[in-house]
Structures are given as C-alpha cells and as structure tokens.
Design a protein around this ligand. Structure first.
Ligand code: PLP
Length: 383
C-alpha cells in the first residue's frame, strides 16, 4: 500500500492544476515582471491575473491583494504595520493563535509597548466573544483584533462574522488568519467586515513559499520589506512568478470543487470518528465537535499509555503520516500551548489527523486497523 498522508493541515500535496500551470510558466515564461519588454509584460500579466483570482475569491478589489512568501510573512506584515502605521495602541488576540501571530505580538509588545490582550478560550479553544465585546465597549483606544479562522491544532472555527460585527460596532480593526481555511471555506471580506486577511498557497494544494495578504484600501500600511517598487511599493523584491501562478491555479481549482471536496473531507472525518468511537475506549476529540469545526482537522486524545511516546513513529512506520498535537515548526515536537490552554491533561496523547479530498475510506480503515494493533488494550469488546 502507498503511504497514507493524513497531515494536510501541515501542508497539502501539490494539485495537478497548480503543477501544470507552474510547469507552463517555468518552461519559458521567465520574464521579470518589472521589465517593460514583452517577456516582462507576460510575467506581469500572470501576476495580475493571479491577483484577480485572489480578489474574486474573497470579494476584495485587486488593489487590496499583495503577494508574499507565506502566511507567516503576511501575518507579520499586518500586525507590525497596524501598530507602526495605523496608530493601533492595543491588540486583542487569543492564546491559541499560530506562533507567527504569538511571537510577533511578543515582539510588538517589546518594541512598541503596545498593549496586548489575550481573550480567554473555552475547552474547544474558541475565544470568548462576550469578553471581546466588553473590552471594546469599555475603551476607545485604537484597537486591532486578530483572531484566526480555523485553529490549526484542534480545528475549531471562530465565528468571523460575529467578530467582524463586534469590531464594526466598536470601530476596531479586524485581522483574521485564514491560512487553514482559505479556498476550503467561502469567505467574503465585506460581509464579514474584515480589514486584513492572510493566506498561504501550500494549505490549498498550491506550492510552498508563496502567500498573500488582503489589506483593505482605507487601512493601507507601509512596506515591511524595502527595495524596489514591486507589489505597488508594498513588498519589494522580484516576484515569485512561478509560485504566484501556482497559487492562483490551485485557488481556482479549489474554488471550482469547493463543495465536492468539502463533502468528501467531511465524510472521511465523520467516518473516522464513528469507527474510533465504536472500536476504542477512553478516547475523545479536541475542539468543537458540534457545528463550529473545520472538517479537515480531527484532533484525537488517547488515554495515558506506554505506547504514546512512540505513537507517531509507529504510525509513520506503518505508512501513515499524522502529527502531534503540538505546533511543530522545526522538526522537533514541542509542547503545545493550545492543548495546555484547553486543559488537555499532560499524560494523554493528542494526534492530529488532517484530511484532503484525495484520501479514501480504505485509508481510514487501514489507519483504524493499525491503531487497533498499537492499542489492543483500548479495544472495546465489540471491536
Ligand atoms: N497560520 C496558521 C493558522 C497556520 O496553520 C500556518 C501554518 O501552519 C501559518 C499561519 C503559517 O503559514 P506558512 O507556513 O505559510 O508560513
């Protein structure tokens, strides 16, 4: 059997449409988009068409989309820019954001003395929106709210529509990190009152090393990287034309198949859950399981066991790729802040499985059979 890749929240495989488009650009469309001759103009057209694709996807105008190297860069750009250029004196966030938000907030606090407030989160890692409203209601200080759409570890979805409405009511700026969800879920920046939004191609079957940021026209910030006039003076450096072409092709592809792929992913997750619950004692799932969940992610908590330490390795040996509940950013498993914040006991083991439309029921069955082999002591009598 081929390997079973169930780590699509870490990154997705490159889709066929993105691959074909990147090869087309690689095979001869080598112009520098800043050159005014024919080769340059062709490269420029590729980038501007890609910008249109991103803008149309989120209902933004093309002048509000800027390409970057990844979601991390986009998030750094928004948070730093809001404080440096827009007079933001307070940022409200949550302790379960991605490290590229949390570490940037640490930096901003040190560098600018900006007040940073982390909302409480419930057991499902969802930030408390009553608290957000109360904070905004009781102070006029210029505030940026930065809250992610889907939590990358446990898959809970925040209600960006409600957050947008609260921000609008109290004149706060709203940034949402949609790195996990863009393409997979429909997102409209106008309907949701979003001022800044960030995304990354490698989470929706595009290439690594390319992302984008939406910056609403009225809240324009200054560049984060200085040099040439690329990206309308917002992000210097010769553009990653091949990557941007791949990003746009991947986004068009997922936009076209959104419902079909979503349904396949939701089916796999529901089936996996059902099988796990019917086979094993004492397991449960982290994150919202009722309605505010992102089906791509299933975070499973296994009870204390001597098998836990080697669990991911044993799955890997069995040909199954999944990840720990921790944010793994350098190949080393570090303790997860998110699991701590939701009160997950340290002696249990969390494994995050994350799906794509390319996964199959047979792969889930195989994974269940391997888990049964690893945890015979957890099996229900009926299993
Ligand atoms: N934000 C979230 C929610 C993520 O899941 C990730 C990647 O895992 C990032 C940001 C960083 O994206 P990138 O890998 O493109 O820098």
């Amino acid at each position: 059997m081929n390997r079973i890749y169930l780590d699509n929240a870490a990154t997705t495989p490159l889709g066929d449409k993105a691959r074909q488009e990147m090869i087309r650009v690689m095979d001869g469309l080598y112009g520098n988009p800043s050159s005014i001759h024919a080769e340059g103009r062709i490269a420029k057209t590729i980038i501007e068409n890609a910008r249109k694709t991103v803008g149309n996807t989120i209902n933004a105008s093309i002048g509000e989309i800027f390409f970057t190297s990844c979601g991390t860069e986009s998030n750094n750009m928004v948070l730093n820019g809001a404080v440096r250029d827009l007079g933001v004196k307070r940022i409200i966030s949550s302790p379960v954001e991605h490290h590229c938000i949390l570490h940037t907030l640490d930096f901003i606090k040190d560098q600018y003395g900006t007040e940073i407030i982390y909302l409480d989160v419930n057991k499902a890692a969802e930030p408390q929106l009553d608290q957000l409203e109360e904070l905004l209601k009781t102070s006029n200080v210029k505030t940026l709210v930065t809250l992610m759409h889907a939590n990358n570890e446990v898959g809970s979805l925040s209600d960006i529509h409600k957050i947008g409405e609260i921000c609008k009511a109290y004149h706060a700026l709203f940034h949402t990190d949609t790195t996990q969800t863009i393409g997979h879920l429909e997102i409209d920046v106008n309907i949701n009152n979003i001022h800044f939004l960030t995304g990354s191609a490698h989470k929706f079957y595009g290439p690594k090393g390319v992302g984008f940021v939406y910056i609403q026209n009225e809240h324009s910030i200054k560049p984060f990287i200085f040099g040439g006039a690329q990206e309308r003076n917002m992000r210097a450096g010769t553009e990653n034309v091949i990557g941007i072409a791949g990003l746009a092709a991947a986004l068009e592809d997922i936009n076209t198949h959104r419902i079909e792929w979503y349904n396949q992913i939701a089916l796999l997750r529901a089936y996996f859950k059902e099988q796990l619950l019917s086979c094993f004692n004492d397991i449960y799932f982290n994150g919202d399981q009722e309605d505010q969940f992102f089906p791509k992610i299933l975070s499973i908590s296994f009870p204390p066991s001597t098998k836990n330490e080697m669990l991911l390795l044993n799955l890997d040996i069995a040909g199954i790729s999944a990840s720990g509940g921790s944010a793994c950013s350098s190949g080393v498993e570090t303790k997860s802040g998110v699991l701590d914040f939701i009160g997950e006991p340290a002696d249990r083991k969390t494994v995050r499985f994350s799906f794509s439309h390319l996964n199959t029921i047979d792969e889930i069955d195989y994974t269940i059979s391997k888990l049964k082999g690893i945890f015979p002591n957890l099996l229900k009598e009926t299993a």
